[in-house]
Design a protein around this ligand. Structure first.
Ligand SMILES: Nc1nc2c(ncn2[C@@H]2O[C@H](COP(=O)(O)OP(=O)(O)OP(=O)(O)O)[C@@H](O)[C@H]2O)c(=O)[nH]1
Ligand SMILES: [Mg+2]
Length: 297
């Protein structure tokens, strides 16, 4: 008997969804930072075994009050994961006060599929905190399982995977068995650059940027084969362009170096990275831009 299913991870921003996804698949696929709203897309990662296929979805953290269209689009990715889940993982952490959008709560309650509540960051929590959260959430939703884990320290992650396999419905492989994700190498390269932007810049800057990889070419250099990558960093306003570039281009140079190293690790090849900054006023509210950047269909 072959088993397969969509296992969708949703929750508020910054609770550790992407950290869990990466721990489950054993790869650094989804980007992780200490800033909320790091993930902006629904990202699929597939575990293929002879007897089963698990299709995980990492999703953007649900934003209670979206301020611009990109945030609404991010919410739509998260909500789409409520619609096709065979198993739903709702993730919280012990650092935030329990809160949930009533609409999301209603959708979760109505789901007939198995539901798992994961209380993350147990490495920085007390047993008392975990018990209080567990009882607050049990009053809201009839979860099939409540598990406390540390995605960061890989504690309890194997147990989650076993639980998932035990609930996985019978079914065929939905993706070819050698497929690992639904996103392209270019997508992950742009994510790595965005991760470095999130790490290096402050306040509104990372939230105003989009990264588009437009060239990805094999090239011969004196030191051997390498990949020539050109990417545009799109910003919302002119003043943000000079912040990204920095004095004497020092900021963008440092961003380029960090990003290149991380990309080389990810694709396991030498990389020549070229970054350009472009201004596209208010792109986060512009349907055409959002469409071309993959936020709207
Ligand atoms: N102490 C601790 N920190 C964690 C744990 N899991 C994740 N973190 C940290 O929490 C922060 C957010 O992690 P992410 O995986 O990016 O969270 P997310 O839910 O994907 O966030 P969004 O994509 O913004 O919705 C990062 O700084 C992680 O290192 C954990 O188990 N323990
Ligand atoms: Mg994330």
């Amino acid at each position: 008997m072959h088993k397969s299913g969509f296992v969708n991870i949703i929750g508020n921003p910054n609770v550790g969804k992407s950290t869990l996804l990466n721990a489950l698949i054993g790869e650094r696929l989804s980007i992780i930072t200490n800033k909320p709203q790091t993930t902006r897309h629904r990202i699929i990662a597939i575990i293929n075994e002879p007897k089963y296929q698990i299709i995980f979805s990492d999703t953007p953290g649900i934003i209670l009050k979206p301020h611009y269209k990109m945030q609404s689009a991010m919410n739509s990715f998260a909500f789409s994961a409520l619609e096709d889940a065979d198993i739903l993982i709702y993730m919280i952490d012990t650092l935030e006060d329990p809160q949930i959008d009533p609409k999301v709560l209603r959708s979760i309650t109505q789901l007939e599929t198995p539901k798992i509540l994961i209380i993350n960051k147990m490495d920085v929590s007390t047993q008392d905190q975990i018990e209080k959260l567990s009882s607050w959430w049990s009053d809201q939703v009839d979860f099939d399982h409540i598990c406390a884990i540390s995605a960061l320290e890989n504690v309890g992650v194997e147990g989650i995977q076993n639980l998932i396999v035990s609930h996985l419905p019978e079914g065929p492989a939905y993706y070819p068995k050698d497929q690992f994700t639904d996103k392209s190498e270019r997508f992950f390269v742009s994510e790595i650059i965005r991760e470095n932007i999130l790490n290096r810049y402050h306040q509104e800057i990372p939230y105003s940027c989009e990264v588009i990889v437009h060239t990805f070419k094999d090239r011969q250099s004196r030191s051997g084969p390498m990949i020539h990558i050109m990417a545009d960093i799109i910003v919302n306003r002119k003043t943000q362009k000079s912040i990204i570039i920095g004095k004497g281009a020092s900021a963008i140079r440092a961003l380029g170096t960090d990003s290149r190293k991380a990309i080389e690790t990810f694709i396991n090849k030498k990389v020549f990275l070229e970054l350009h900054v472009k201004v596209k006023e208010k792109w986060r509210d512009d349907d055409r831009s959002l469409k071309s950047y993959g936020y709207l269909h």
